[in-house]
Structure formats: C-alpha cells, structure tokens
Design a binder for this molecule. Structure first.
Ligand code: PMT
Length: 398
C-alpha cells in the first residue's frame, strides 16, 4: 500500500499531551511512505516535543502561529487549509476535541480545522477519566456527527499510572488508517443508496406503529460511504439526527413512502439499514379511534412491501444490494435465510433486544455472504461503518 501516500498532502496537528512524542515516529513513517507532511503544533504541544525535531523529520518548517506575518505573505492558514488532502490531529487532547466541537478558531490548528475542506481525522489521547467524562463523550458525538473520523483511543496502562481507554493509537496503526482513508476515494464515481431509521405506520391522526431504530447505524454508513468518495442518497425514516454534510437526504414516514423514494434513486449500490415496519393498518382512520368503543381492537393489519427485496429483484437492480438482519436469536442462520430469500449480495447480521443495537452508539456486526461469514466485531457504529465500507471497496473491485 505504500504508493498510496506518495506525494499525498497531510497536515499533522500535534496537541499538548504526553503522546506527542509518538507523533515524531508518525511523521517519520508517513514521510518514509512518500507523504508530504506539514506539521502544525499547538502551544501546549511544544512543551512535550520541539518543533525542531519535527522539522527535521518532516523536512518542512513547523507551523505554530495563526497570525504570522511572514507566513501570511507565503503559505498562510487559508492556503494551508486548501493545500491539505487530509488533516490528522494526533494526539488530540480533550481540550482540542472541545474546541473543535465548539467550532473555535483560537489558534492555527483549530482555524485550519474550520477552514479546510479536507477530511478531518483525530486520534484522541488523554487520561481514562477525562475520556469517560460526559463532556468529552458529548464532544466526541458532535465531532462524529459532523464527519470527523476518530481513531482510537486504545485501552491499556497510561503515562499517569491509570489503566483504561485513553492511549493514543500506535503510529503504525495511524499510518494504516491514513492510507486507508486516502485510498478510500476508491468509491468515487459510485452512487450509493442507504435506508435508515424506523418507519411510521399511521393508525389514526395521533397514533402510529413504529420501532426503536434511531438511525445511528444507517447515518454512520452514509457518512462512511461519503468519506470513501461515493455520492450518497440517504432515505430516512423519522430520526433526531442531522444529515451528514455532503449526503442527500430524503425524509419519509411510512414503508410505502420509503419504497417509493428508493425506487426513484438510480444507484450503483444499496444498503438497507432501515428498520421497516412489517405491517400497517389496512387503512388509517380519519379521526381518532376511541379506546372505549373497542375501535383499537378492530384494526386490520396488512403486510408492508419488502423494500430491499423489491429493489433487489427489480429490473433496475443496483449492482450491489446489501441488507441487514436484526435478530434476537440464531442471528447468522436467519441472516443466511434472508440473504437467499431477498436475493441480496450480503447481509449484516446484528443481535438485537435488551438494549442492544437499537438506539445505542455501538453494535456488533457479522458480514454474511454466499461464501460464509466474517465477524466485524463489537465497536462504535462509526467504526463498524468504516469497516463495512472497507469491505465494499473490496467487493466493488471484484
Ligand atoms: O437505527 P439504530 O438505532 O442505529 O439501530 C440499528 C439497527 C438495529 C436498526 C440496524 O443495525 C438494523 O439491524 N437494521 C435492520 C432492521 C430490520 O428491520 O431488520 P429485519 O431483519 O427485520 O429486515 C431485514 C432486511 O430487510 C433489512 O435490511 C431491512 O431494512 C429490510 N426490510 C425489512 C422489512 C421491509 N418491509 N422492508 C425492508 O427493506
């Protein structure tokens, strides 16, 4: 994979944590792989590692000042922001995460993060208690929702003596992640359709049948596909989530609306992550049903169309159609049955129920296709979405 980084333009932002010393090794491995690495340091980072060291390793003058008259005459912050193909902040402290989440531009690094159109990646590193803080976790969620890719942190013994989550990933792991991110323009030119969230099936003007899907898994997939260079249409049931930047969202309510919206999209690939209600009332009442008069016992339920099966079996079938299987038991066997019955290329199986998968920030997925199944592991939905997209990159190359 070494040619991937040849002449690629990476800004490495270094912030003030003990893991800053690992940034020196990271610069070395990226430069050795052919990347042009521009190091930007915060004031606090300079307390841990000197700009001179990083200048020697990167072969470029390290940038530290937002308002530097000599730099502004040459490569000022806006030019630098435009120059970058990728901005990696490693280590990224809790303070920097907070400043990024707030959209602050009070030093060169945060200003670059605001001004660059390039994808932003961070490798958090901090004490485990700081990582676990609700404020840090809220900032993390905000950053992920805005399209920032987060690598780590890893668990283990920390410089302060604590043990837990908060260690920066090793330089080699970050190097590989950056290579994968830059190669991931691999889906450029492809159009992917993603369904996400629940559907709502109207019973009367005030009631509906639905489920606990939050949309988080499907939105994470849409974001990961976008990061891989695909153009993405997200057909979404009602959720509380913001649409990832650069993704086209079509908002729908019912399963029939969702099918209609999907049929209007001409896609190369489809990922059906929505939790579609299997049934709906044959007719939604025009006025509120009265519980005292037994109206609610009189509802006739009819089956909804199977959206992913309809698309997979239509003449306008996208080249790749991938479904999910939400199962409370026998997840793999049931996923295999769905793969065949619905005519899909692959199914992502997840165990659901008891507060698992629906509504959570993490999940555990198995990829199931005609050749068998692969455990993608238990991780944050954003991480699983990236792993899924890496498989799609391989799939679409075959
Ligand atoms: O939204 P989150 O809170 O993040 O939760 C994520 C999730 C648990 C909803 C997600 O990971 C998931 O499992 N989505 C599929 C849910 C589901 O409805 O699974 P199913 O096994 O009932 O359906 C199998 C497949 O057929 C799915 O791809 C589903 O989108 C599709 N389907 C089902 C019924 C239907 N009428 N039309 C469909 O297209």
């Amino acid at each position: 994979m070494t040619q991937v980084l040849s002449q690629r333009r990476v800004i490495l932002g270094i912030t003030g944590g003990i893991a800053a010393y690992k940034a020196a090794e990271l610069v070395r491995t990226l430069v050795r792989a052919g990347a042009q690495v521009q190091v930007v340091m915060t004031k606090a980072a300079e307390a841990f590692v000197t700009p001179l060291t990083l200048q020697a390793l990167s072969g470029r003058e390290v940038k530290t000042e937002l308002l530097d008259p000599s730099a502004e005459a040459g490569m000022g912050h806006i030019e630098l922001a435009r120059w970058a193909e990728l901005l990696l902040i490693a280590p990224c402290t809790a303070d920097t995460m907070a400043r990024l989440a707030q959209g602050r531009g009070d030093d060169l690094l945060t200003t670059l993060a605001l001004a660059t159109p390039a994808p932003i990646h961070i490798a958090p590193a901090m004490n485990q208690q700081m990582w676990a803080q609700a404020s840090t976790q809220a900032n993390l969620t905000t950053l992920i929702q805005r399209g920032v890719t987060v690598h780590g942190p890893a668990a283990g013994e920390q410089a302060c003596g604590d043990v837990g989550l908060g260690r920066m990933l090793e330089p080699e792991a970050l190097h590989q992640a950056i290579e994968a991110a830059l190669v991931s323009g691999a889906l450029a030119g492809q159009h992917w359709l993603v369904t996400a969230g629940p559907t709502r099936e109207a019973i009367d003007p005030v009631r509906y049948l639905s489920n606990h899907s939050s949309g988080k898994m499907g939105y994470a997939i849409a974001r990961a596909l976008r990061d891989a260079g695909a153009s993405v249409t997200l057909v979404s049931g009602p959720t509380q989530l913001d649409c990832p930047d650069g993704v086209t969202r079509i908002s729908v309510d019912s399963a029939r609306d969702m099918l209609q919206a999907c049929q209007g999209v001409n896609a190369d690939g489809m990922i059906a992550c929505a939790a579609v209600a299997d049934f709906r009332p044959a007719e939604a009442a025009q006025t509120k049903l009265k519980k005292g008069e037994g109206d609610l016992n009189q509802i006739t339920w009819v089956e909804n169309p199977d959206i992913v099966a309809t698309i997979a079996q239509s003449p306008a079938r996208p080249r790749w159609v991938i479904g999910f299987a939400a199962e409370t038991d026998n997840a793999l066997a049931n996923a295999r049955a769905k793969l065949l019955r619905k005519g899909l290329d692959a199914v992502l199986a997840n165990q659901v129920g008891d507060g698992v998968a629906f509504g959570t920030d993490d999940n555990h997925l198995h990829w199931v296709d005609a050749s068998g199944d692969t455990d993608l592991g238990h991780a944050a939905k954003s991480v699983l979405a990236d792993a899924l997209v890496q498989r799609l990159i391989t799939l679409t190359k075959d």
